[in-house]
Design a protein around this ligand. Structure first.
Ligand code: HEM
Length: 186
């Protein structure tokens, strides 16, 4: 069942709800190397209806909010909000979001319904003409995001994701990765 209140969310429908996960692992850049941060989090995906672009493109919209806390001190260390959209005509998923470091991304890709879940893959890169990255001057000059990839897999009440944010920082290019497994809470 992918239709909610008359809107067909396609492969995004199975995401709607609140998810919690305790098995997160973050790999982040530090001046002297790499930091590994075990984390827990909640992600809320809300159905937000649809929108028509230029009178022709119809997108079904989910709004999401992800709050991530470090296991070592229970403090929030990543807070991300954005939208996923589904274009049934082209079979395209977009993820448009901002993180509170002065970085915003519009990533695009595919979504496919698989059994009682789905698989979603989106990406963006700084040199892409289609799906790219905007960042404040400080970030551009000191911690520039070069590319982003995100895969979400849902099977029933289980969700797992992997994302990679490639950052030019401290004189080299660092693959900043995050992954977690979540269970539907409501
Ligand atoms: C679960 C998701 C994520 C977690 C837990 C996380 C965590 C972190 C941590 C711990 C750092 C090292 C600096 C610090 O301690 O603040 C960092 C740096 C950074 N993250 Fe993330 N991050 C996540 C996702 C993302 C995403 C999706 C982006 C996409 C733009 C991103 C962009 C950056 C950038 C640009 C930096 C470099 C800034 C710096 O280290 O000074 N992160 N992140």
């Amino acid at each position: 069942m992918t239709v909610v209140d008359g809107v067909d969310y396609g492969p995004l429908a199975c995401l709607i709800g609140t998810w919690k996960g305790e098995e997160g692992m973050d790999v982040a850049p530090e001046p002297d190397g790499t930091e590994e941060n075990p984390y827990y989090e909640s992600i809320v995906y809300e159905a937000c209806g649809d929108v028509t672009n230029a009178e022709t493109q119809m997108l079904a919209i989910l709004r999401y909010h992800q709050v991530v806390k470090r296991k070592s001190n229970d403090k929030v260390f990543h807070n991300e909000t954005g939208y996923l959209t589904w274009d049934a005509v082209s079979g395209t998923v977009t993820q448009s979001f901002a993180i509170p470091r002065g970085v915003a991304i519009v990533a695009g890709g595919t979504g496919e319904i698989v059994g009682d879940g789905s698989v979603i893959d989106v990406s963006a890169s700084l040199d892409s003409d289609d799906y790219t990255i905007t960042q404040a001057p400080y970030m551009r000059d000191n911690a520039s995001t070069q590319s982003f990839t995100h895969r979400i897999e849902v099977s029933g009440d289980s969700l797992s994701y992997e994302e990679s944010t490639v950052i030019d920082i401290y004189g080299s290019v660092f693959d900043h990765t995050d992954a977690n497994k979540l269970i539907r809470d409501s």
